[in-house]
Structures are given as structure tokens and as C-alpha cells.
Design a binder for this molecule. Structure first.
Ligand code: PMP
Length: 359
């Protein structure tokens, strides 16, 4: 029996996608073997790769002057690759907004190769909000401007897109495909797959073509967006199963009505939970209202001594993975695209009952 899974990542996948993969596992396309057992250069796999790219382009309305890359090394690989790919164009200075743990890791990586200007930080209030646009000024000659539209751990989401002169770089790991975004405002978008795209082991990069010539000369081959772009993301053997499964998720997303439908659903699901948290005298959200994430909803119990009890009972009720990140404690419900409205209804009903009994 499948349960309701609120894991932050690797996260729930759409059930029809898993069923299709299961059905095709032993004998894919009548080839007598699985998709994992064919050459990535075979016509059959090439078709999978091309369709996945086209479907992602359709879903996100990606303009023609952007390359779509399927990469390895996760989102960490990409925030490590960013300075290598962009510090060779004349400036080794970059602007970063610091909103929590993922922004911080990206900042520390960039500091190893150049000068980082932290233009704004929400550290003063324990990373519980997204700094507003009037709170910062970008540098004059930055190679790029990096921010994290959704902090997965803190549950903080930017309600706006920064308007900056330098190429805007965004870690969309936990928010990609959850709403329409104007891709043309960005220089580079990246996301680890294991939340809203597919299984772990693959990351998506979307890069404006004119940025492909700004790499440091000694960039490791495996980090180069240019080499990846020229080789259709097959300079070396890609994670074929993760790519295939991501492609199935894109097809599923299209059938659901695309990112417009996901935007509506994500608002509905998160609103339902935040409304409950705001009404409750026992559970509460630590995040400032304007910056509350639609994807990751952290919450705390009035009495932390009941945390273990809450986790035990929620597991028993078929509500999985509600434990908050180990660094912050408390609880967190992640509401990615594959988490149905019924899961949130069940969660809210369970929490109301728990409050009745223990509150
Ligand atoms: N950035 C964000 C916003 C994340 O949520 C995560 C993973 N939870 C990462 C980066 C790191 O991703 P990966 O594990 O794929 O390197």
C-alpha cells in the first residue's frame, strides 16, 4: 500500500509514473531488456533524451537561446560548477543573497574561486524570511547574481524575482515546475531532480547560450556547461534511468495541465496547511507570512516533548517523513507536485485530532 509521503527529497513520485516504469522494467519497447541496459547512444535512448528535453522546454516555455542540460552531481555539483563556468568572463566577483543553508553552501563554494558579495541576508531573524528587493544593491561588475528562490530546509520562498543587471542564477531545486516562471529573466537555472523532477542522480541546468564562453580556462571537463551543451549532455555516460524517469514525470505533468495547474494546486495545498497552522493553538509556522514556501512547510509543536509522539503517530496514520531537517528540528511537510491534495487533507485531519488529544 502506498502511503502519503511528505519527504523533502528524494520525494514522492507520481504513482502512474512508477506503475509505467514497473510495467516496462523487464522489457522496454520490446527490446527484451530494460531502459537501463541499452546504450545511451542507441536510437531508442536518444529518443527518450530528446523527448524529455522537448517536454521540459514546453512545460517551462524555455526560449530557443537557452540550452537544456541533464547533469550529474546534483544541485551541489551545480552550485560548485557555477563559479568555474562564470568567473572566466572578466569578473571574479559575484553577488549572493543569503537565505539559509543552501544559499550558504553555494556562497562558501564560490568564495573558493572569487569574491563574494553577500548583498542581503536573513540571518538576523534566523532565516525566517526572504529579504525584500529594497534591502539590497547589486555590485557594479558582478559576474552573476545568485539566489535560492526556495530554501528547502527553512521553508522560505521568494515572492518575487530579483531584477538585476548581471546574469541571474537560481537554485530552483525545490520549486522548479511548481509554477510558470519567465525563464528569459535568468542566466542559469539549476535543480536537483529528486523533488519535482524525478529520482536523484540527475540535475537539470538551463543556461543562456551567451554565458557558455565565460568559463575559467582550467575548468574540470565534467563541470563544463559548454562541453555538456555541445555533447547533448552525453560527454560521458549519463544516468539513463533517472533521465528516462524524469521524462515520464514531464509527460505526467503535461497531462495534469502543466505548471499552471501545479501552481494552482500548490497554492491550494499549502494554503490549507498554513490556514490550519494559523488557527491552531498548538502547531505554528516559524516563517514570516509573505515568505512562506508552497513546497516545504516547516512547523513546530507548542511542546517539543511531544515531537517523538507526533512522528510515531503520524507514521502509524500513514503520513510519512514529517520530521524536520536534522539541523533545525521540528516538523516539515513537503508538498511537491506528486503530493496529492488528499495527502494534505489527511495531514490536517491528523494534526487536528492530535491537538485535541494532546494540546
Ligand atoms: N539546493 C537546494 C535548495 C536543495 O534543497 C538541495 C537538496 N535538498 C540542494 C541544493 C542539494 O542538492 P543535491 O543533494 O542534489 O546536491
Amino acid at each position: 500500500m502506498r502511503k502519503f509521503n511528505f519527504c523533502a527529497g528524494p520525494a514522492a513520485l507520481p504513482e502512474p509514473v512508477l506503475a509505467q516504469a514497473q510495467q516496462e522494467l523487464l522489457d522496454w519497447q520490446g527490446l527484451g531488456c530494460s531502459v537501463m541496459e541499452v546504450s545511451h547512444r542507441s536510437p531508442e535512448f536518444t529518443a527518450v533524451a530528446e523527448r524529455a528535453e522537448q517536454d521540459l522546454r514546453d512545460l517551462m516555455a524555455i526560449p530557443d537561446n537557452y540550452k537544456v542540460l541533464f547533469l550529474q552531481g546534483g544541485a551541489t555539483g551545480q552550485f560548485s560548477a557555477i563559479p568555474w563556468n562564470l568567473f572566466g568572463g572578466g569578473s571574479k566577483k559575484a553577488d549572493y543573497i543569503h537565505t539559509g543553508q543552501w544559499a550558504n553552501k553555494a556562497i562558501n563554494e564560490a568564495r573558493r574561486y572569487g569574491e563574494v558579495n553577500v548583498v542581503a541576508s536573513s540571518e538576523d531573524r534566523n532565516f525566517s524570511y526572504a529579504p525584500t528587493a529594497d534591502a539590497w544593491r547589486e555590485s557594479d561588475n558582478a559576474a552573476y547574481f545568485h539566489y535560492t528562490p526556495n530554501e528547502t530546509i527553512g521553508g522560505v520562498e521568494f515572492p518575487y524575482i530579483p531584477d538585476v543587471q548581471s546574469p541571474l542564477v537560481a537554485d530552483m531545486s525545490s520549486t522548479i515546475l511548481s509554477q510558470p516562471i519567465p525563464v528569459e529573466k535568468f542566466g542559469f537555472i539549476y535543480a536537483g531532480a529528486q523533488k519535482n523532477i524525478g529520482p536523484s542522480g540527475i540535475a537539470v541546468g538551463i543556461v543562456r547560450e551567451d554565458l557558455l564562453d565565460r568559463a575559467l580556462p582550467d575548468i574540470p571537463r565534467s563541470l563544463s556547461w559548454k562541453i555538456a551543451a555541445e555533447a547533448q549532455s552525453m560527454d560521458n555516460t549519463p544516468p539513463t534511468f533517472a533521465w528516462y524517469l524524469s521524462g515520464l514525470v514531464f509527460q505526467w505533468l503535461k497531462a495534469q495541465g502543466g505548471v499552471e495547474a501545479m501552481a494552482e494546486l500548490s497554492l491550494k495545498k499549502s494554503q490549507m496547511l498554513y490556514d490550519f497552522l494559523d488557527r491552531s493553538g498548538f502547531f505554528s509556522s516559524p516563517v514570516q507570512k509573505e515568505s512562506r514556501s508552497r513546497m516545504n512547510v516547516p512547523f513546530v509543536l507548542a511542546d517539543a516533548r511531544l515531537d517523538q509522539q507526533f512522528l510515531k503517530e503520524s507514521e502509524e496514520a500513514g503520513l510519512l517523513n514529517l520530521k524536520g531537517h536534522r539541523s533545525v528540528g521540528g516538523m516539515r511537510a513537503s508538498l511537491y507536485n506528486a503530493v496529492p491534495v488528499e495527502a494534505v487533507e489527511a495531514l490536517v485531519a491528523f494534526m487536528a485530532d492530535f491537538e485535541q488529544r494532546h494540546g
